[in-house]
Design a protein around this ligand. Sequence first.
Ligand code: ADP
Length: 472
Amino acid sequence: MFAFTYAAALLSTVFTVFAAAFFIYRRSALEASLASYLLSGALWIGGNVIADISYTAPVLLAASQLAFFGGILNLFCFVLLIDILADGKRPSNPRILLYGLPALALALSGFTAYGITGMAFPVGAPAQIIPGPVYTIALFFYLAGLIYGAIRIYRKLANEEDAQLRKQLSFVFAGLLITITGQAVFDVLLPLTGELRFYTLGPVSSVFFAAGCAYAIMRHKFIDMRLIVRMLEAKVEERTREIRALQEEQRRMIVDLSHNLQTPLAILKTKVERLRKTMIHDAELVTLEQSVDTLSNFIYDLMSLANLDQALLLEERVPFSLSRLVEEIAEEVGVIAEQEGVTVRSDVARDIIVVANEKRIREAVMNLASNALKYIGTVGPREMRLTLESEETVAVLTVADTGIGIPDKDLPHIFERFYRGNARIYGAAPGTGLGLSITERIVKDHGGAIEVESEVGKGTTFTLRLPLQERS
Ligand code: ADP
């Protein structure tokens, strides 16, 4: 008969250990209240256990009072837990007081003649106490709290597809319900009837309660994780917002700066041009003009890059013939290339349609083509080749040259902003180091990809892939 009592004693010890662990490692309000819940549960069950095995009336009395006290506090913590679970945050202080004060008053009443202490020790049941009226009220409150909690949580969970959490809480509710009913029957019937067959009800119900809680604790990480995840999500969102604001501020700064530099540079350029025209030949003026040009291009590229993300979002994308665009570019580049003694060839498949912003795709291909001319070198066949074909659902465009090539060490970096590799050191070809990053951004924004293959002294091939228009 005492087996259940011992089981309950064991569980109440386990509860205390868990409670201590939660107190030590607690990170949230949920864990703090879970710890208090467990402690009060341990007090409740522990009190009952001592009452069960007590042989003298004073011990029985004190243990019953302890159990009653723990039980009421347990209800209070349970209501708090419901609040935290339902709202995802710690309840406000007035709310804690609202739940806490009546619970404390009720718990303390157990020490009076009207509470669990009861009126008298009935004849025929020497080791039992008659529960007083406050005890009956407390039982009523217990049930009311339980029903209130059940309704609140289930209402909240009904919207969330969270079968796991529902199951877990059902265990706690069921455990509590069995405990309260068992406890009530045990407490009321045993002293009244003196029938010892009601005796096991108390400890058995405590075991149910403990088992329900143990199940919930085992799954506790799950509840806690949900809260932590929610908290982290909110934090990440806040950080992202801050980073976006910072990025926007930087972007605006670059745009303002570039904008303010543009006008004085334009004036400088006009003045230098005028001076150069009036002088017969002045090498220094030519260098100055080149420097002004480089600076203007740099500012232009910087501004387009700073505005690119926003522009790409707003600009419209419609189906157009990439075949036509590539042929046009080959022709335009061909004219300039001819003057520099470079041969431009093209091999363009017909009717390749993409959905994109034509102006931006032109800009991207033009960047690749002008690089091919810029880095064509002075020896060898000096050829550039544009090809376009389709592969399943993508258009594949290549811009290949027989130029100076890119060293292996530079290849992973050429799409980075301002990276110019050797071009920067030798200053042979003017540039800003921004062209390829603009190109890559445009291509990626259109759902495409860009790759490069190169061999020093042999040449470079850029391959650009863009999704084809879907056939209806
Ligand atoms: P820029 O040409 O203004 O320097 P880009 O971003 O267009 O800037 O290119 C970055 C670097 O990649 C260049 O400085 C150059 O070193 C290298 N590069 C790009 N295209 C070629 C090419 N076709 N042949 C050789 N090197 C190239």
